[in-house]
Design a protein around this ligand. Structure first.
Ligand SMILES: COc1ccc(CSC[C@H](NC(=O)CCCN)C(=O)NCC(=O)O)cc1
Length: 222
């Protein structure tokens, strides 16, 4: 019997948070190997398990999977969160890739120069509310079902809830013009596995703060 997946990363969201969300939505328990220092990370690199000497890395099913998209695709396919056919999979990919574009803007925002923070924040919110959220609002409206793709929960729904909550951390009323997204957020947040992941004390990580940023900079030598 294979053991639980092991997630190798630092104690922050970074590029691993979407993996945490997807495993939680799949109902899969996992262990975290959270390194705190550059030395610990270098020892992991020396151990030879990192194909490109980079993390995130997820050890599962006898593999050391690296590259966040590769990890997410494997988990989505394995746990029936990747649509029922190629066309559904294509829509899931289109949706999650757009969400990744927005996620990357938010993920790297803490690295903004002080004099650019306000400009960058405005840019993130403009893109979220003018480019990305309208796509998912329309998709929910046109599809007329509870989920973005097909008639069951998929990776795209999990990623959408994650990005909605991240944008609301920046601007709490970000969904004010998106009634379908508001309904979606309430509905998906109530799914038992998601509800459990959203509870305090879960393996979900908080937004990056100044201390966490310094840890990441020290580990990865930004
Ligand atoms: C707060 O947001 C972040 C974003 C990224 C990171 C660093 S993730 C670790 C990095 N991995 C990658 O760049 C993977 C890219 C694959 N396409 C890493 O392992 N850096 C070490 C190195 O590149 O040598 C930390 C906090």
């Amino acid at each position: 019997m294979a053991g639980k997946p092991k997630l190798y990363y630092f104690n922050g969201r970074g590029r691993m948070e979407s993996v945490r969300w997807l495993l939680a939505a799949a109902g899969v328990e996992y262990e975290e190997k959270l390194f705190k220092t550059a030395e610990e990370f270098e020892n992991l690199v020396k151990g030879g398990k990192l194909m490109y000497q980079q993390v995130p890395m997820v050890e599962m099913d006898g593999m050391c999977i690296v590259q966040t998209r590769a990890i997410l695709k494997y988990i989505a396919a394995k746990y029936d969160l990747y649509g029922k056919d190629l066309k559904e999979r294509a829509f899931i990919d289109m949706y999650v890739e757009g969400m990744r574009d927005l996620n990357d803007m938010i993920m790297f925002f803490p690295f903004s120069l002080p004099e650019e923070k306000q400009k960058n924040l405005s840019y993130i919110l403009e893109r979220a509310t003018e480019r990305f959220f309208p796509v998912y609002e329309k998709a929910l409206k046109d599809h007329g079902k509870n989920y973005l793709v097909g008639n069951q929960l998929s990776w795209a729904d999990i990623q959408l809830l994650e990005i909605i909550l991240m944008v609301e951390e920046i601007k709490s009323d970000a969904l004010s013009a998106f009634p379908k997204l508001q309904e979606f957020k309430v509905r998906v947040s109530k799914l038992p596995r998601i509800q459990k992941f959203l509870q305090p004390g879960s393996q979900r990580k908080p937004p990056m703060d100044a201390a966490g940023l310094e840890v990441a900079k020290n580990i990865f030598k930004f």
